[in-house]
Design a protein around this ligand. Structure first.
Ligand SMILES: [Ca+2]
Ligand SMILES: [Ca+2]
Length: 96
């Protein structure tokens, strides 16, 4: 499980593995089968969509530089000059 988490870029520590097993090993057989894993991925995707929707204030499917600036200010972060266009480029997405 830890190797799979590392491959996905997720925390590969015992506490995170225990949390995943507790939440997604629905039949408590000590392993996460494909169906259980799909529920894990769906939960993560829902969280990512919610985070994106919170940034995309005008709901046009993209996070603009202005939206990103507002979000960073709300979070207490102040990005400078060339950092914002780079970050806005990373956040652009065609989510449905
Ligand atoms: Ca299971
Ligand atoms: Ca937007």
């Amino acid at each position: 499980m830890q190797a799979a988490l590392r491959t996905l870029g997720l925390p590969a520590n015992d506490a995170y593995v225990d949390e995943i097993m507790r939440q997604y090993d629905a039949n408590r057989d000590g392993s996460v089968d494909f169906g259980e894993f799909r529920r894990y991925v769906a939960a993560k995707e829902a969280a990512i969509r919610a985070a994106f929707a919170a940034l995309d204030v005008d709901a046009d499917g993209e996070v603009s530089q202005a939206e990103l600036t507002m979000a960073m200010r709300r979070a207490g972060c102040a990005l400078q000059g060339q950092d914002l266009p780079k970050l806005a480029g990373v956040c652009r997405s065609g989510y449905p």
